[in-house]
Ligand binder design. Structure first.
Ligand SMILES: [Zn+2]
Length: 120
């Protein structure tokens, strides 16, 4: 599954980051996911890949980002709805098939960590 590989890579990255920071506790993970990527699949993959890790059970917030694509015919539009087939986008003006653009399918926006204890 496409989403699974994306999420597994992101979870690896987050766990590395947590180890580097010496943090065990995360309040929330915020992800941005391109439209066309299934949020449900992302959440399922997240649950599967974080099981047994410090990220297990941490709430995830997913914002959907709409990709904008420019076709060779000069048409620019948001890649949404029926024109979007998986990662592929079919230009409604000329019928050309374009790849899903340069925006990443899934990326980490923010990792919310608990406030550090007050000094003293
Ligand atoms: Zn076109």
């Amino acid at each position: 599954m496409h989403e699974y590989a994306l999420v597994a890579a992101i979870v690896d990255h987050l766990l590395d980051q947590l180890r580097a920071l010496g943090e065990e506790q995360v309040l929330e993970v915020r992800l941005a996911c391109a439209n066309g990527v299934s949020e449900e699949a992302v959440l399922q993959a997240y649950q599967a890949t974080t099981a047994g890790s410090p990220l297990e059970g941490v709430p995830v917030r997913i914002d959907t980002v709409v990709r904008t694509l420019t076709c060779g015919c000069g048409r620019t539009r948001e890649a949404t709805g029926h024109e979007l087939v998986g990662r592929l986008f079919v230009c409604a003006a000329c019928g050309a098939v374009l790849d899903g653009g340069d925006a990443p399918d899934l990326r980490v926006v923010e990792l919310l960590l608990p406030d550090p204890p007050p000094p003293g």
